[in-house]
Design a protein around this ligand. Structure first.
Ligand SMILES: Nc1ncnc2c1ncn2[C@@H]1O[C@H](COP(=O)(O)OP(=O)(O)O)[C@@H](O)[C@H]1O
Ligand SMILES: [Mg+2]
Length: 301
């Protein structure tokens, strides 16, 4: 059976400006299950935003397809919510109206009060309550604006939520708080999320699964790493889980070394371009009790 979101042999080429082609990625193939939180991690320029724009329906791939819930993605839709790094709020509307605007579009048969109550509820979930919701975006801090973007996206409960480095412009403290709020709001609803980041710790905290991309051009989604740390998670306790540093080291190794070594290499013979599944779990009983190495299993998916 196909996964809920199926990315099939996706290829993107751009003109390289010298009469030739630049292949950003080729035949990328992977899936995302309903309700799953998948994070894609890779160096700048490997093609993460390009994938995101195709998933959002904002760009067309050179070849390949994106199938969501049995339907091919063609063009933007209310079924897909997008949060970018630079909060795209409507500057002439209040915070509240920025949220009700989308809710009203999605639920044309709801009355005004129901729309407003729904928006207020989602704003409260990201800590925005009281007078502040009547302010214009220009009167909010960067962190608050990004909270509005998140509330707006979740309030629409799209089939797929796309987040492209949503916290990239925020200071570390604000970023941490909003990560917690994002986990909280996600935990309260069944929401499929596909998020881009280049922050390893953010990826481990949030993800069910991390997709690792090699460097471009001709980037590949090389691995799918399962985050074997139970939820609910929080930033201070997660680092004490026995799997945390084993997973973190694996990701650091990949980004620091293997993403370069694997760059531009064709898919190994006999393999499709789907990522190799990696599961690291130190809590599993090792065959040899003296063996303290992380239990690392790589299986072809
Ligand atoms: N519209 C475009 N035309 C030409 N090249 C592009 C276009 N969009 C992206 N690229 C190139 O594709 C590559 C991947 O870009 P991008 O998806 O933004 O990377 P990331 O989000 O991983 O940093 C880069 O080399 C970038 O210059
Ligand atoms: Mg990008």
């Amino acid at each position: 059976m196909k996964p809920y979101l199926s990315i099939e042999k996706l290829t993107q080429r751009f003109p390289d400006g010298a009469g030739g082609d630049l292949t950003v990625f080729e035949d990328a193939t992977f899936g995302v299950e309903k309700g799953e939180f998948v994070v894609i991690l890779g160096h700048s320029g490997c093609g993460k935003s390009t994938i995101m724009n195709i998933l959002a329906g904002l760009a067309e791939p050179t070849s390949g397809a994106v199938i969501m819930d049995g339907q091919e993605v063609k063009g933007p839709s209310l079924e897909r919510g997008v949060v970018f790094q630079n909060y795209s709020l409507l500057p002439w509307l209040s915070t509240l109206k920025n949220v009700t605007f989308g809710v009203a579009a999605r639920h044309p048969n709801w009355n005004r009060q129901k729309i407003e109550d729904h928006a207020v509820k989602f704003l409260a979930m990201v800590g925005l309550e009281g007078d502040v919701i009547h302010r214009k975006p220009s009167q909010l801090s960067g962190g608050m604006r990004q909270r509005v973007s998140i509330a707006r996206a979740f309030a629409n409960h799209p089939k797929l939520m796309l987040l492209d480095e949503p916290f990239g412009a925020l200071d570390a403290l604000t970023r941490g708080t909003i990560q917690d709020e994002l986990l909280n709001i996600w935990g309260q609803m069944e929401q499929t999320v596909f998020m881009i980041t280049h922050d390893i710790d953010e990826a481990i905290l949030l993800a069910d699964r991390i997709l690792l991309m090699t460097n471009g051009p001709q980037a590949r989604v090389a691995e799918s790493v399962e985050i074997t740390i139970p939820r609910p998670r929080n930033r201070t306790e997660i680092v004490e889980h026995p799997n945390y540093y084993a997973i973190r080291n694996h990701l650091v190794q990949f980004l620091g070394k293997r993403s370069k070594e694997l760059a531009g290499q064709p898919t190994p013979a006999g393999q499709t371009n789907s990522p190799v599944s990696v599961r690291i779990d130190k809590t599993e009983t090792p065959d040899d009790p003296e063996d303290k190495r992380p239990a690392l299993r790589a299986v072809n998916s």
